[in-house]
Design a protein around this ligand. Structure first.
Ligand code: NAD
Length: 430
């Protein structure tokens, strides 16, 4: 569907937001309309059916997708998610965001995304294995180290990557570890990857404090979501002296104005994980006040890190935010309406595809090591990651200051410029 100007309109919120942000930045850059048209569509979208024999012997057919938005800069890169709201349009929007994230990060990738519309929380391990292997086989023709390199995303992890890779390697008849990333460390994965996104977010925050002359030991932060991104962001910030006054997960928010012992929160979450499902349930016993989960947005602090779900900062919640600085760990945690409210309040917001790029940069390091057949030390991995994140932060910060635009607009413009320059250089026949 297109509007009267020939611009795409989507039914899906993620794709619509991605298109809205892209068109706004592209227009501000006076990007050629032909380039705008090219970049508003994915290069390739493959829809696959995924028949699975369930444990009760019946057969269920799931819908799967793999989208390559752009391969202008290199192989497309992006996760595979298993969730009920996965659709072709959602994957198109997320793949487009991956193009900008990889471009901004300065890594040699385009953007991709894939997934299966399913409820993995109600599937057995065997059912998930059969589903992952069939999906892998059906997207195999377009996956490869120099074409499209998937990774884990929501409700997928190292295990799913191993099933998919093992299936495709058997089809190929040879080993191909660089075809996807996010593998377990002992199976061609990379030491440092687990902490990479949280470490990258913290690196952005430290660079910001350095530029502003803020002492980390005098700063306070609240971190929403205590999963892979939020827990390590909180840990690394607190180790540098930042006082974490609130953390949260789906069980609620835990508040202590004197600072939460994050090492203890890790220990607590990992104790009896089977019983609590790696959740913070009951953590108020460790000297915190338990408050409703959404109230973490209104907690008094300097920095707010949404590291959980999309759309948490919206027109109903944005006014409640007390923090002056937002570092987006989650993808799309702020709606466009909320961003207008935050801009009016003078909040500085560091956008998702800059702040959470540590994950894909870490994936790039894993891929590079796999291609070399050589493993870096964790120290080398972390040092390279932090340097890239800080350099990228400064690039976006300097441009935003010079052009008097928001960090999100600045990040978009830098990311689009790198891709559109190469599309122009390579020509329309891609
Ligand atoms: P995760 O599943 O490991 O953790 C998510 C956490 O958020 C859990 O603690 C969960 O309980 C909590 N949560 C979910 N909904 C919540 C809500 N409404 N309020 C409070 N807490 C809530 O996921 P993750 O890997 O940490 O990813 C979090 C976000 O970051 C997602 O948007 C993801 O797309 C994005 N992201 C992740 C990575 C990565 O490397 N893991 C990289 C880039 C972006």
């Amino acid at each position: 569907m297109v509007d009267e100007n020939g611009r795409r309109i989507a039914n899906n919120l993620i794709l619509n937001t991605a298109l809205h942000d892209f068109y706004a930045a592209a227009d501000e850059m006076h990007l050629d309309e032909g380039l705008i048209q090219i970049l508003s569509y994915p290069e390739r979208r493959v829809d696959v059916s995924v028949p699975v024999t369930l444990d009760d012997g019946s057969v269920k057919v799931f819908q799967g997708f793999r989208v390559q938005h752009s391969t202008a800069l290199g192989p497309s890169k992006g996760g595979i998610r298993y969730a009920m709201d996965v659709s072709g349009q959602e994957c198109e929007g997320l793949a487009m965001l991956m193009t900008w994230k990889c471009s901004l990060a300065g890594i040699p990738y385009g953007g991709g995304k894939g997934g299966i519309c399913c409820d993995p929380t109600h599937m057995s391990r065997n059912e998930k294995e059969r589903m992952s292997r069939t999906y892998g086989a059906r997207i195999a023709p377009i996956i490869g180290r120099w074409s499209d390199v998937p990774a884990p995303d929501m409700y997928t992890g190292g295990q799913e990557m191993v099933w998919i890779m093992d299936t495709i390697c058997k089809m190929l008849g040879h080993f191909e570890p660089a075809m996807l990333t996010g593998k377990p460390i002992d199976y061609w994965g990379a030491p440092g990857r687990v902490e990479a996104t949280g470490r990258g977010l913290a690196a952005c925050a430290f660079e910001f404090m350095r530029i502003k002359g803020f002492d980390p030991a005098k700063m306070t932060a609240a971190v929403q979501g205590f999963g892979n991104v939020g827990s390590y962001a909180a840990k690394i910030l607190s180790e540098a002296g930042v006082k974490i006054v609130a953390i949260s997960d789906t069980t609620g928010a835990y508040y202590n104005p004197n600072g939460i012992n994050i090492a203890k929160a890790f220990e607590y979450m990992n104790t009896e994980p089977g019983k609590r499902g790696r959740k913070l349930t009951g953590f108020e016993k460790e000297g915190c006040e338990k408050i409703p989960g959404d109230e973490i947005i209104g907690v008094k602090c300097d920095i707010f890190c949404p590291c959980a779900a999309q759309g948490v900062l919206n027109q109903d919640t944005a006014d409640k935010l007390k923090a002056k600085y937002v570092f987006e760990g989650a993808n799309s945690p702020t709606t466009p309406e909320a961003e207008d409210i935050l801009n009016d309040k003078g909040v500085i917001l560091v956008p998702d595809f800059l702040a959470n790029a540590g994950g894909v940069i870490g994936s790039y390091f894993e891929w590079a090591q796999n291609l070399q057949g050589f493993t870096w030390t964790e120290e080398e991995y972390n040092n390279r990651l932090v340097k890239l994140m800080k350099d990228n932060f400064c690039k976006v910060w300097d441009f935003a200051e010079a052009k008097k635009v928001t960090m999100r607009r600045s990040a978009y413009m830098a990311a689009i410029k790198r891709v559109s320059d190469i599309v122009e250089l390579r020509g329309v026949y891609l």
